[in-house]
Design a protein around this ligand. Structure first.
Ligand code: CTP
Ligand code: ZN
Length: 152
């Protein structure tokens, strides 16, 4: 099989096995378009994959992800694998996982929800992973994938 070569990175993070078409959304939610360290960001779209048929890959030079960022990725790209690269080698690899409770990373879609008026950290319970569905702790509004992605 011929393999498409995308440059290896020296130091940073490779987010692999992103569902095809979701790579740009990953870049958007991590705000990689304005990366403060000046590192390169590489996006590969529609790369052939044994597991997924097609996948997207995002490579970020010189950046390591916080738990909050990993949880955001899980909501957008639940199949993603995070690879930590040091000195050109994969030193750590893990699959993202949608947590049972999502705190602080999502806005409530209900405009009347108290979270828009008071300084409280948002909190949602994951009631289904496939399809993705969450419920607001404060107003009990449920949100499905499209609304979740629009409020990250
Ligand atoms: N990678 C990179 N730069 C490096 C090392 C690895 O960009 N210096 C990328 C690879 O291109 C790949 C990902 O990091 O997209 C994971 O690397 P590796 O574990 O070597 O690949 P696979 O074995 O194919 O990963 P998996 O089993 O998770 O599919
Ligand atoms: Zn709410």
């Amino acid at each position: 099989m011929t393999e498409l070569k995308v440059s290896a990175i020296r130091e940073g993070t490779v987010i692999d096995h992103i569902p095809a078409g979701k790579g740009l959304k990953v870049i958007e939610i991590l705000k990689l378009g304005r990366l403060s360290n000046g590192g390169a960001v590489l996006l590969a779209i529609n790369v052939p994959s044994k597991k997924l048929g097609r996948k997207d890959i995002v490579k970020v030079e010189g950046k390591f992800l916080s738990e909050e960022e990993v949880n955001k990725i899980a909501l957008v790209a639940p199949t993603a694998t995070v690879n930590i690269i040091r000195d050109y080698k994969v030193v750590e690899k893990f699959k993202v996982e949608i947590p049972d409770i999502i705190e602080g990373i999502l806005r409530c879609a209900n405009p009347n929800c108290i979270t828009h008026y008071e300084y409280v950290t948002t909190k949602f319970y994951v009631i289904s992973r496939e399809p993705l569905k969450v419920r607001c702790h404060y107003c009990e509004r449920t949100m499905e994938e499209e609304e979740i992605l629009a409020n990250l």
